[in-house]
Ligand binder design. Sequence first.
Ligand code: DAH
Length: 340
Amino acid sequence: MISEQLDKIREEALKQIKGSDGLEKLNEIRVNFLGKKGELTSILKSMKDVAPEDRPKVGQLVNETREAIEKVLEETKNKMEAAARDAKLKAEVIDVTLPAKKNKVGHCHPNTIALEEVERIFTGMGYEVVEGPEVEKDYYNFEALNIPADHPAKDEQDTFYINGDLLLRTQTSSTQVHEMEKGKLPIKMIAPGRVFRADEVDATHSPSFHQVEGLVIDKNVTFADLKGTLAEFAKQLFGPETKTKFRPHHFPFTEPSAEMDVSCFKCGGKGCRFCKGEGWIEILGCGMVHPHVLEMSGIDPNEYTGFAFGVGLERIALLKYEIDDMRLLYENDIRFLNQF
Ligand code: DAH
């Protein structure tokens, strides 16, 4: 009789479920009894041997058996899962009385502090902050700045070449050319950024450091504007007592050119260890933009004049914070950085 067979199947299934030791085993039982090739399915297949009038009754019995087995399977599965969860929770006890991990608050790098200070001063005078590419064409880094292929300045600023024409810029002065080529006048910009030189690392040199370039181009700009601007910059950066001095110098892209010294902010100009007894500290290069440089970038030197300057960011940071070794700026030692 089918109903006896069904009773036996149900009994056997429940027995196996009771004795099962895990979810895997439970699944195996489900497949064996209820799956496509399972025992209940094979009974359904033998329905064709059942008299047609008995079929609904038998069908109902099969369904009841299936439901009964499924119910117990489901209950057992829930119990097993709950037990596994409890065990896991017990194993992973969190001790809320342990001291918490502290998040350390970071510090701005001295370079960043110095840059923000320089940007604050110049934006306060109406300058725009722009950026130029670090990978540069020979033309922008040298040629357009009046440094042709055989110029000795090219030896002083040896760099890393990507190919004959592409190099890592040696000076942010290349940004001047990009700004002039845009053709929008007047220009009043500073351009901070990373520059590269084929230099060995020591206390005052690094193959990669930072500069801030400045460029002003307008009608009737004179050397007096340059002096006034940079004197104000020095006062804001090193204190209101700071004096400035301009020494004649040579840069290929400016004429006349100068280097600017500031009175030593440690001794006020009397001479000390910090300024090596000089009373003055060299701080930047500057000059009136060379007419040929203007011309090469499409600006008429009879109509427009301008001044430019370039200052080493590390130099400012080292001076301002009295750091005597540039390498400290690149080592990222938290004990060092914490002091600023
Ligand atoms: N580019 C120069 C250097 O790296 C610095 C400099 C000097 C920039 C004079 C200027 C300038 O714009 O007018 O040594």
